[in-house]
Write a protein that binds this ligand. Structure first.
Ligand code: C2E
Ligand code: CA
Ligand code: CA
Length: 498
C-alpha cells in the first residue's frame, strides 16, 4: 500500500492560527481573568494598559515569527514526497560545495529522471501518479542515508547528493545501486508499474566548482543518457556537448531527408529452419549518405526517437511497406509477411491502431501480410495498455514479434500475458553459440521457453553453419541473418519471391 507522506505543516499553521485567534479573543473578552494572573491590582489602569499592549505585541510577534518560519519551511519541501525540493537543493548544494572544498573531498550529484512517467499519470490520474512519485522519493531517502541527501526537484525528477567521495569508483557504485533500484516493477496499491529512470552524474570539483555549472552539466549528462539508452546512467564528459551538437545537426538532416523522401527500405529474408522456405522478411530502414553508403540506423534512430521524428519516420516505413506489398500483389507476386520495427515512442504516442487501419484502407491490402517487431522495453512502459494494444493487433490479424529477446527484462510473468506470436532471440546470443557454453544454454532455454508458452522462436544474426546447426538441433523455428541473406533492396528481394 502507499504510505502516508508527512505534509502536515499546513495543518500545523492552521492550528497555530486558531490558537492565536482564541488567545486574542480571550484577551479581549476575558481580559480581567487573564490580567489577574499577572497583575495584582487591576485598578491600576496604567499597569493594565501596559500589560495589554505587551501581551498583543508578544502574541503577534511570536505568531508572525512561527508563521514565517513554517511558511519558508513549506516552500522548501515537496508536497508530493515531503522531501526537500529544488529550492532547498540549491541552498544545500552551495553548503555541500563549501564543506567539500574545506575537506578536500569530492561531491557527486545524481540527477534521476523517471522515464515516461506521463503514461502512468495519463492512465491512472495525477493523484495516483503523485502517490507513486512520493513512494519513489521516500524509497530513495530510505536507501541513500549516510553521506547522502535526497531531493525531489520536480514531479518526476529527483537529485541524490553524495558527499565525502574520495574515488570515482564510489560514484559508479551509487549509480549502479540507483540503476538496480529501477528497471523493475514497483507496487502501488493493487497495481504493479514498471519504473525506469535515467541518471546524469557530475562530480565536484572535477566537472565544475560552481553550483550553476554543475547543474547545467548534470542536465547535459541526463539528456545524453536518455538519447543513448533510457534507464541508463552517464557521467558528464566534455565531449557530450559536441555529441549533442552533432545530434542536433542529424535531427535537422532527418527532417530534410523526410521531406525529400530520401529514406529507403531494405528487406532481410526470414526462413523456416526445416525447409529453408522464405516465411517473411524484416523491413529495415536505410539512409543513403551521399557517398555510396548508408548512415547506420543505430546512429539516427535513437535521435529520431528522442526528438519525436520517429513518428513520421515510422509512418513512412509502414506506408512504404504496405505500398510495396500492394505492388507485389498487383503484379502477381505472392508476398510474404513483412515485419516492421516499431520504436517505443511509436508504440506510446498517437493512435497506432487507427494509423495502421488508415494505411491498410488506403493501400487496400490485408493485415495478414504484416507483423510488428516490438522490444520488451516498449511493452513494459505501460503493461496494461500494451496488452490491450497487442490484443487489438491480434484481432486485426497482425502478428507481433518480440524483438531483441534476452537483452531486456525478460519478465516471464509478462511474457505469459503478452499475446506474442514470435520471440526473436537477440543476435548477441546467437553470435555466442559454440564459443561460450553459457550463451548456448541461454539460446536453448529461450527456445524451450517459447515453445512451452506456445510461441514460435526466431534466431536473428545467424552468420555461420555451426550456429544454424545448433539452432536446428535445438528446435528453433525460423532464422534470419547474413548466412541466409543480407538485407536487400526491394528489387533484389522480390526476385527471391518468384
Ligand atoms: P534490429 O531490429 O535488431 O534489426 C536487426 C539488425 O541486425 C539490422 O541492423 C540488420 O541489418 C542486422 N543483421 C541482420 N543479420 C545480421 C547478421 O547476421 N549479423 C549481424 N551482425 N547483423 C545482422 P540495422 O539494419 O543496422 O538496424 C539496426 C537497428 O535499427 C534495428 O535492430 C532496429 O532496432 C533499428 N531499425 C532499423 N530499421 C528500423 C525501422 O524502420 N524503424 C525502427 N523504429 N527501427 C529500425
Ligand atoms: Ca527488428
Ligand atoms: Ca533484433
Amino acid at each position: 500500500m502507499f504510505r502516508k507522506i508527512k505534509t502536515n505543516k499546513i495543518d500545523f499553521i492552521i492550528v497555530f492560527f486558531f490558537i492565536y485567534i482564541v488567545l486574542n479573543i480571550l484577551l479581549i473578552f476575558n481580559f480581567d481573568w487573564l490580567a489577574s494572573i499577572f497583575i495584582k491590582d487591576l485598578g491600576n489602569l496604567n499597569q493594565v494598559k501596559k500589560f495589554k499592549n505587551i501581551g498583543y505585541i508578544l502574541f503577534s510577534a511570536l505568531f508572525f515569527f512561527i508563521f514565517t518560519y513554517q511558511a519558508l519551511k513549506i516552500q522548501s519541501y515537496s508536497k508530493i514526497s515531503g522531501l526537500p525540493n529544488k529550492r532547498a537543493f540549491k541552498r544545500v548544494l552551495k553548503e555541500e560545495i563549501n564543506s567539500a572544498e574545506k575537506a578536500g573531498l569530492k561531491l557527486a550529484l545524481y540527477f534521476v529522471n523517471l522515464d515516461n512517467f506521463k503514461s502512468i499519470n495519463d492512465a491512472y490520474g495525477y493523484i495516483y501518479g503523485d502517490r507513486l512519485l512520493g513512494k519513489v522519493g521516500m524509497t530513495l531517502k530510505e536507501i541513500f542515508k549516510e553521506n547522502y541527501k535526497v531531493f525531489h526537484i520536480s514531479a518526476d525528477e529527483y537529485v541524490v547528493l553524495k558527499n565525502n567521495v574520495e574515488f570515482i569508483s564510489e560514484v559508479v557504485w551509487t549509480a549502479e545501486s540507483l540503476k538496480n533500484l529501477f528497471n523493475k516493477f514497483w507496487q502501488a496499491g493493487d497495481n504493479w508499474h514498471f519504473l525506469n529512470a535515467t541518471t546524469g552524474i557530475v562530480v565536484y570539483p572535477d566537472d565544475g566548482q560552481k553550483p550553476d555549472v554543475l547543474i547545467r552539466k548534470v542536465h547535459t549528462a541526463t539528456h545524453f543518457a536518455k538519447t543513448r539508452k533510457k534507464g541508463s546512467y552517464e557521467l558528464y564528459q566534455n565531449s557530450m556537448n559536441e555529441e549533442m551538437e552533432e545530434n542536433k545537426r542529424i535531427e535537422a538532416q532527418i527532417k530534410v531527408a523526410l521531406e525529400k523522401k530520401q529514406f529507403l527500405i531494405f528487406y532481410q529474408p526470414q526462413i523456416d529452419i526445416c525447409d529453408n522456405s522464405i516465411i517473411g522478411a524484416e523491413a529495415l530502414i536505410r539512409w543513403p549518405n551521399g557517398k555510396g553508403g548508408f548512415t547506420p540506423p543505430s546512429k539516427f534512430i535513437p535521435i529520431a526517437e528522442m526528438s519525436g521524428l520517429i513518428n513520421p519516420i515510422g509512418d513512412f516505413v509502414f506506408e512504404s511497406v504496405c505500398m510495396t506489398i500492394k505492388e507485389w500483389l498487383d503484379s502477381g507476386i505472392k508476398p510474404v509477411r513483412i515485419s516492421v520495427n516499431l520504436s517505443p515512442r511509436q508504440f506510446r504516442d498517437g493512435d497506432l491502431l487507427e494509423d495502421i487501419k488508415e494505411v491498410l484502407k488506403k493501400t487496400n491490402i490485408s493485415s495478414q501480410w504484416l507483423a510488428l517487431e516490438i522490444t520488451e522495453g516498449a511493452l513494459m512502459e505501460d503493461t496494461d495498455c500494451s496488452i490491450t494494444l497487442l490484443d487489438n493487433l491480434k484481432k486485426m490479424g497482425i502478428k507481433v514479434y518480440l524483438d531483441d529477446f534476452g537483452t531486456g527484462y525478460s519478465s516471464l510473468y509478462y511474457l505469459k500475458r503478452f499475446p506474442i506470436d514470435v520471440l526473436k532471440i537477440d543476435k548477441s546470443f546467437i553470435q555466442g553459440i559454440n564459443t561460450d557454453p553459457r550463451e548456448d544454454a541461454i539460446v536453448k532455454t529461450i527456445i524451450a521457453l517459447g515453445h512451452d508458452l506456445g510461441i514460435k522462436v526466431e534466431a536473428e544474426g545467424v552468420e555461420n553453419e555451426e550456429q544454424l546447426k545448433y539452432l536446428k538441433d535445438n528446435g528453433c523455428d525460423y532464422v534470419q541473418g547474413f548466412l541466409i541473406s543480407k538485407p536487400l533492396p526491394k528489387e533484389k528481394f522480390e526476385k527471391l519471391l518468384f
